[in-house]
Ligand binder design. Structure first.
Ligand SMILES: NC(=O)c1ccc[n+]([C@@H]2O[C@H](COP(=O)([O-])OP(=O)(O)OC[C@H]3O[C@@H](n4cnc5c(N)ncnc54)[C@H](OP(=O)(O)O)[C@@H]3O)[C@@H](O)[C@H]2O)c1
Length: 286
């Protein structure tokens, strides 16, 4: 009986697949992807699965004992039904356990809250599925900040509306390791885990980047309204609102929560410096 991972063509899904391969071997792992060609490089069996298509998952989950559901990327209301397609197919196909990648954040206090709410609704749907379940609430990934480094360097600073709020970051690599344990060990069933490392301010983030990259970034706080306006102009209304809402949440403490990573993964979470160092080694600057 096999373990399947949805959105295996994405960076989080791929990391979970790779950590599972190391733990249980290629033959026990199935990748499910909306675009199967993009997941072939993983070297495991790949099946088709678009969250909009319940029938895809009726087929993709045949013979699967445990499924990892990576949260979707669509607008919040659409995601709930998309996730339900996977949960309902899992029920009818006799899957025994479902693990869901949810998110940390405030359900009602900022512009990111609709996304958090949709994740909380799927958490309820997972809990009510009748299957064994585990929920991970992912922290903010560190990688997008590091991909953004050339822009930070051009501007000479990190500037957003987080102010002195602390954010506990994680990485797709740390999440992949943790989810592989949560999928394969029964002791996690019925648990909700905050999957994060230490909480840091944006000033501390700038200092950590400076340490690894030998840069001289500083941090400047701007108002929530000014940041939302600037992000919407740069990224469009939906994504601009989401990103500004995330930093508003950080400002107000939504991402300064206790970590359950050790319980979930069985080891400590990597430090912020270590995550940045690993990223810099895997993505040398041109
Ligand atoms: N914690 C954070 O900081 C953070 C940041 C960004 C996103 N997220 C969340 O984490 C999730 C995974 O992140 P990631 O790093 O893997 O993102 P990613 O590398 O951009 O991959 C997104 C994945 O979602 C898949 N997808 C999109 N629509 C789908 C659909 N209708 N049916 C099935 N699959 C679909 C994509 O498939 P294709 O290859 O076919 O496009 C791709 O595999 C995201 O979906 C989002 O909910 C979290």
């Amino acid at each position: 009986m096999k373990i399947a991972v949805t959105s295996a063509s994405g960076q989080l899904g791929a990391s979970i697949v790779n950590h599972l391969i190391a733990l249980v071997g290629k033959d026990q792992v199935i990748g499910i992807a909306r675009t199967p060609e993009k997941a072939k490089h993983l070297g495991v069996e790949i099946r088709k699965g678009d969250y909009n298509n319940r029938e895809d998952f009726n087929k993709a989950l045949q013979g699967v004992s445990t499924v990892l559901l990576v949260s979707g990327m669509d607008e919040p209301q659409k995601r709930i039904a998309q996730h339900q397609n996977v949960i309902e197919a899992a029920k009818t196909q006799g899957v025994q356990k479902i693990v869901y990648t949810s998110i940390i954040g405030s359900e009602d206090k900022n512009a990111f809250s609709p996304v958090v709410q949709s994740n909380r609704q799927t958490e309820e749907d997972v809990k009510n599925s009748g299957l064994h379940w585990v929920i991970g609430r992912n922290g903010i990934y560190i990688e997008p900040d590091l991909e953004y480094l050339p822009t930070y360097l051009k501007e000479g600073e990190i500037s957003n509306c987080a102010a002195d709020g602390k954010c506990a970051y994680t990485s797709r690599e740390e999440l992949g390791y943790g989810y592989a344990q949560m999928l394969t060990e029964e002791k996690h069933n019925g648990q909700i885990y905050n999957l994060i490392g230490e909480a840091v301010t944006q000033t501390q983030l700038a200092e950590a980047i400076n340490t690894i990259y030998h840069t001289h970034l500083t941090y400047t706080a701007v108002s929530v309204a000014a940041y939302a306006q600037e992000r919407k102009k740069a990224l469009g209304d939906f994504m601009g609102t989401v990103i500004a809402g995330i930093y508003e949440g950080i400002r107000n403490g939504a991402n300064d929560v206790p970590s359950d990573y050790v319980r979930a993964a069985g080891r400590s979470h990597k430090s912020l410096l270590k995550m940045i160092e690993n990223y810099s080694q895997n993505h040398p600057q041109k």
